[in-house]
Design a protein around this ligand. Structure first.
Ligand code: ZN
Length: 231
């Protein structure tokens, strides 16, 4: 897929006679030529002057004609062809701050786990069982947290995954919301274990579900309408 394009920003000026076909349906045209990335201009390459003829239906390059007759191109028209560079910087900064926030959030989840948090674990490293080596990745749900003893209980998913992306895919389709997806047997672990990023790869905390009925009671709808007399 080609993402970089060569484009022209045309500025139409006054009418003239076509140097090619002598038609009067022709105009002076100045253009800023630039490279764009998708729809975003990256940098201008040149400015050119030509004739746009309705009759020939094409742009005719011709060096004749004095430069004053062609429309003047403002500096703004040239500078806005650099827009992709600051735009890319802003996007980069946003992505960076987002990933930093996510990292902080992950650390907070690891320090203060909650019931219903979903862990993505490497069960081969966690259990050191050779049988887990082929499908080591699993989801696990926290069922209980004992803050005094600093322990937690988890249930493992009955499915093992070859790669973490496959586990992700099942998380996206909400497979973890089905209780049959997890084994019934609970495993007790130390909360500190969550700090081991090789064993617990990441933690997802489900959002609190909105109580739609309560929300509905809080909203007051306007019931009085202005009355218009019948004609
Ligand atoms: Zn023409």
């Amino acid at each position: 897929m080609l993402l970089f394009y060569y484009k022209r920003d045309l500025l139409r000026g006054g009418d003239t006679v076509c140097p090619s076909c002598r038609s009067s349906h022709c105009a002076y045209v100045s253009s800023v030529n630039y490279i764009s990335f998708m729809i975003f201009p990256v940098f201008p390459t040149s400015i050119s002057r030509c004739y746009s003829c309705f009759n020939c239906s094409k742009l005719i390059k011709n060096s004749s004609g004095s430069p004053e007759q062609f429309p003047r191109i403002s500096k703004f028209r040239i500078f806005n062809k650099f827009i992709a560079v600051p735009l890319a910087l802003v996007i980069l900064l946003m992505v960076q701050s987002y990933s930093q926030n996510m990292e902080k959030l992950q650390y907070q989840f690891r320090l203060q786990p909650q019931k219903n948090d979903v862990l993505f674990i490497d069960n081969f490293k966690l259990s050191t069982e050779p049988t887990q080596v082929l499908y080591p990745y699993r989801m696990a749900k926290i069922t209980k947290v004992d803050n005094k003893k600093q322990t937690m209980s988890i249930v493992l998913s009955s499915l093992g995954y070859r790669s973490i992306s496959r586990a992700n895919r099942d998380f996206v389709v909400r497979r973890h919301l089905f209780s049959s997806y997890f084994y019934e047997e609970e495993v007790e672990l130390s909360v500190k274990m969550l700090l081991d990023e090789e064993k617990v790869i990441k933690i997802k905390r489900p959002f609190n579900l909105l109580d739609v009925e309560n929300l509905h009671n809080d909203v007051e709808f306007e019931k009085k309408f202005e009355e218009f007399p019948y004609l």
